[in-house]
Design a protein around this ligand. Sequence first.
Ligand SMILES: *Cc1c(COP(=O)(O)O)cnc(C)c1O
Length: 376
Amino acid sequence: MNAPRSIPVQRPLLPHADRLVPYLRRIDATRTYSNWGPLADELERRLEAHFDLPKSGVISAASGTSALVGAVLGTAGRAGLERPLALIPAYTFVATALAVEQCGYRPHVVDVDPHTWLLDVAGLHKRSRLDRVGLVVPVAPFGRPVLQDPWVAFRRATGIPVAIDGGASFEGASDEPGRFLGEIPTALSFHATKSFATGEGGCIATTDTSAAKRMTQALNFGFYEARDCQWPSTNGKMSEYHAAVGLAELDGWTEKRAALRSVAENYRARLGMAGLGDRFFGVPDVAGCYALFRSADAAEAARVQQSLDRSHVEYRHWYGKGLLSQAYFSDLEHDALDVTREIAPLIIGLPVAPDLPNESIDAVVSALRAGVAAQH
Ligand SMILES: *Cc1c(COP(=O)(O)O)cnc(C)c1O
């Protein structure tokens, strides 16, 4: 007998080759392959219209991580001796910490709110030793977007630059760009596993078009118009090939978005019937590329994982057990991290694909149900 096929935790679906061909032919004709050529330019202008941002409010980037590096270098510059610290949340993907480190900051890890999973801006206002802090990077956990207003107020009150790691928050930002995009730059990831995807890619989104010039420089060797390196920087540009995927992805976005939404609705309906509806987080609460199950406690989480394993359902703790549990980051300076330590093991990422069949969702839900019900 064949081993049963497992259900992958993510099965991304990007535009097919035939939808890319018209864009690829334009690359053949222009022989421009990178350096914000015509396709990257078109993608940026279309995303500006999509997000209701002014011209140069979207800067395409090679990845979400490089977009974050560009946003940090463009707004805060590299860390200085007086203010070496960057405050970042414990409950995030490792890229947040890696990006601030690349900009010379020493990450100082802060706990998150138990309900929103976000950094609590009110708490930060009251913190001591803010005079050592040169940067704050709030994160959009699982694509739950970060509000602009409280962070604009924080920056105004403290003078500390802020750059948002918007990660997977493309959908949230699309729905209410006026609340979630603004003068604080937001880095978005277009990684294959995100709802809106170009394979590798990302962008910075902002209404601050004067800072946009610095962020563009920061992604292009410090050059702006002249070949003169004027700013701390990297090479974080999006190639024309990735822009081609982005344009085709945007052409089909309405359908892809609806498909992801219907996966979440199908999860909700089935988990609701199993009496587990209140354990589920999916789009629009989080990004469509995530379907999250929250276990009641550590013992239940262990049973649920055993049950998923037995049923050949893949799952993932997308942010591990928090940043401090990553080998490289285990020595980072940090606050008490009780919330992250408690919730990270409980929040289990379930399979998602735009074309995830209902039979797969049924299999996931019966495995969850068995795990919750099992006696220890
Ligand atoms: C995906 C993600 C990143 C990294 O983006 P890449 O495009 O993979 O570089 C960073 N932060 C968060 C919160 C993410 O979800």
